[in-house]
Design a protein around this ligand. Structure first.
Ligand SMILES: Nc1ncnc2c1ncn2[C@@H]1O[C@H](COP(=O)(O)OP(=O)(O)OP(=O)(O)O)[C@@H](O)[C@H]1O
Length: 659
């Protein structure tokens, strides 16, 4: 078995291949039998193998896809959709246990094919065709039961390699099968297998923190998926961005796994020969069509039969890219020589014996499809319970905040500085008119502004980790509600509630407001609720958009409107009636009214000739200062917060998880 090349280079390749020939041959023989066997296999759930409590080594599943036509609609701007573009054209194939590479020039559709067969691409784009895994129709459930390593490593930068792997293991290994100790052992085994011992306790790294190297990151990403011992593993360009040696070691690792019976399917751009020779099966794509699918070592001879000549010492992978790019042309004397048409290579492939054999195999497999298994759409199954997920995800969020405390410190320091500033400006407000009322109301407005605008930073909450959330959620780590609650709690307590309480204490006593504990507590409550209501709105915006620029525009607009309708800048009674309804949505109005009632009720202010009570002033301003008048403001703030938080959760559920 060798790369059939007319050149000496081909002979050299042959010698290198021979090193792996024996094991590859064994693998191929097994594959031949595996096709029939695989029809019988139905298990796609992670096998509990070498590291787990049970010892089972069942071969990985066989994945088949038939006549896939996938279309995308190109966008021509925010409101204009472009024409539909077919990015996969009548694509069929079989991927058996072993190393299955999808190669092709850039834009040829490698990633699209990988995503469609992995169930990660929006099913609305699939015009026809079906994907089967062990003769079962693929449903959205495949996303949760198979493993997919994305091209950009998505890991929590503040956690170490071991902690990241433990996070994946804790959430994705069923507690009924694995004790805590089993999970720890499994993480250690994965670290060993991936050669990550030296950096196991090193943090992955963030923009502020230098962490592990690119290759170690990639290996950790693969480990995050291997923790469930998946029998089917998808990888999108696992070697992109890595140096030659690291790329080699990653592919060698994948080959070791494939020899344990796993089905490894990956897209790859232009591998060097030492990598290419480890492939068992090759699918070559060009312009959305397959131009070769078959054993990797037969690809060179296939193209040579078409009249292309592989140069001396040329790497087969480069040879194929030269063919697809049109950099080499076929010799016309070959009986099968390709003519000049754009899709001639795809046409030639469809006329080849490889395609004929594939179609025969596919027909047999489709006949074996259990009709009852068609179109089944299982609900996502999570390995762990809601409460356990909440515990683990909250733990990670808290750890992340403690290791990356800049935002929390900044929020705290900002609040203290601002409280001292407000306290100094409005230091010990007198009871004499006109300062008594003017300064009090001015100070309250100033305070509410700080509560609302001081929470602009909350818009980053779901934008920062959007990619991480989408990846983990669609890979079955945790429920959306778990992530939402963990982020909300972890943000609210350190960043919102504690700083606001500190702020209220400093500002309240420096300004010399009512010296009464109950009044202080109600003041702090109002400040907290005004803060939480604005945080709720910020969360809603944060969950709705994916860019900071858009989020800043969307959050600033309602805050400014709310400020205008707060009752301080304009008298709300004098407003045009069709506009005045906006006051009911204003956090400023509710906050301002509540602190005004709390402070002025029962107070008397005087000048040389005038005496005015707080009640008189509030009556004049149209403020209801009864008990319910006060509490309705608090209820309204709570209501705004609850509605916004609920909508933020709905938006998180609606985030597009498809690629
Ligand atoms: N959602 C989409 N909207 C518009 N075009 C798309 C979309 N997804 C894929 N395409 C187009 O489909 C073609 C194939 O894309 P794909 O990413 O699969 O190629 P690729 O072979 O993986 O390329 P690369 O090696 O550069 O990643 C490209 O022309 C790409 O622009």
């Amino acid at each position: 078995m060798s790369f059939r090349s007319a050149s000496d280079g081909g002979n050299r390749c042959r010698q290198e291949v021979q090193g792996t020939e024996a094991e590859t041959a064994g693998h191929m023989n097994r594959d031949a039998g595996c096709l029939a066997d695989s029809i019988m296999l139905t298990k796609l759930t992670p096998e509990v193998s070498e590291e787990g409590p049970q010892t089972a080594h069942s071969p990985g599943p066989t994945l088949t896809f038939q006549k896939l036509h996938y279309c995308v609609r190109e966008s021509r701007g925010p409101f204009q959709k472009g024409p539909e573009k077919e990015i996969l054209k009548d694509v069929s194939g079989i991927m058996k246990p072993g190393m299955n590479a999808i190669m092709g020039p850039t834009g040829s559709g490698k990633t699209s094919l990988l995503d469609v067969i992995a169930g990660r691409k929006d099913p609305h784009g699939l015009r026809s065709g079906q994907v089967l895994v062990d003769s079962k129709v693929v449903t959205s459930d495949l996303r949760l039961s198979s493993a997919y390593v994305v091209q950009d490593d998505i890991l929590m930068g503040t956690l170490t390699v071991r902690e990241n792997l433990a996070f994946s293991g804790n959430l994705r290994l069923p507690p009924g099968l694995y004790s805590s100790l089993d999970k720890e052992v499994k993480v250690s085994r994965i670290i060993e297998e991936l050669g990550l011992q030296d950096c196991a306790e090193t943090k992955i790294g963030t923009e502020f923190l230098r962490g592990v190297s690119g290759g170690e990151r990639k290996r950790c990403s693969i480990g995050m998926e291997l923790i469930t011992s998946p029998s089917l593993l998808f990888l999108d360009e696992p070697t992109t961005g890595l140096d030659a040696n690291t790329a080699n070691s990653i592919i060698a690792l994948l080959q070791r796994l494939s020899r344990k019976g796993k089905t490894i399917i990956f897209s790859i751009h232009q591998p060097r020969f030492s990598i290419f020779r480890l492939f068992d099966h090759l699918t070559l794509m060009n312009k959305g069509e397959i131009i070769y699918a078959g054993l990797a070592e037969q690809a060179v001879s296939y193209f040579e039969d078409l009249g292309y000549k592989c140069e001396l010492f040329n790497n087969p992978a480069d040879f194929f890219l030269d063919i697809t790019n049109g950099d080499i042309t076929p010799t016309q004397d070959s009986p099968d020589a390709v003519l000049g048409a754009e899709d001639a290579l795809a046409q030639k492939y469809r006329e080849s014996r490889f395609f004929r054999e594939l179609m025969e195999q596919l027909e047999t497999m489709v006949l074996a499809v259990d009709p009852g298994m068609r179109a089944v759409r299982d609900k996502p199954n999570y390995a762990t319970s809601f409460l356990f997920q909440l515990w683990v995800v909250c733990g990670r969020t808290v750890k992340n905040i403690l290791r990356n405390p800049q935002t929390s410190y900044a929020q705290l320091i900002l609040n203290v500085i601002f409280a001292i500033l407000v306290g100094l400006i409005y230091y010990q407000i007198p009871h004499s008119l006109p300062e008594a009322l003017q300064n009090r109301i001015g100070a309250f407005f100033f305070l509410i502004i700080n509560m609302v605008f001081g929470n602009l930073s909350a818009v980053e909450l779901f934008i920062n980790e959007r990619a991480l959330f989408i990846h983990e959620n669609s890979s079955g780590y945790y429920r959306t509600s778990v992530y939402f609650l963990s982020k909300v709690f972890a943000d609210l307590v350190p960043n919102r509630i504690i700083p606001v309480f500190l702020f209220s204490s400093i500002a309240y006593y420096m300004m010399g407001l009512k010296p009464d504990v109950e009044a202080f507590l109600l003041f702090a409550l109002t400040m907290s609720l005004a803060s939480l209501a604005s945080v709720g709105l910020a969360f809603l915006v944060s969950a709705s958009v994916s860019s900071f620029a858009m989020a800043n525009i969307l959050i600033a607009l309602p805050f400014v409107f709310m400020m205008v309708f707060g009752g301080f800048l304009v008298n709300l009674n004098s407003m045009l009636s069709w506009m005045s309804w906006m006051q009911w949505t204003s956090i400023f109005r509710y906050g301002l009214q509540a602190v005004t009632i709390n402070e002025l009720k029962g107070q008397v202010f005087s000048s040389n000739f005038t005496i005015i009570t707080g009640e008189m002033y509030m009556k004049q301003q149209g403020i209801d200062y009864s008990m319910w008048g006060f509490w309705q403001n608090e209820v309204a703030l709570l209501g705004i917060m609850s509605v916004c938080m609920t909508l933020a959760y709905v938006q998180l559920l609606r985030i597009n998880r498809w690629k």
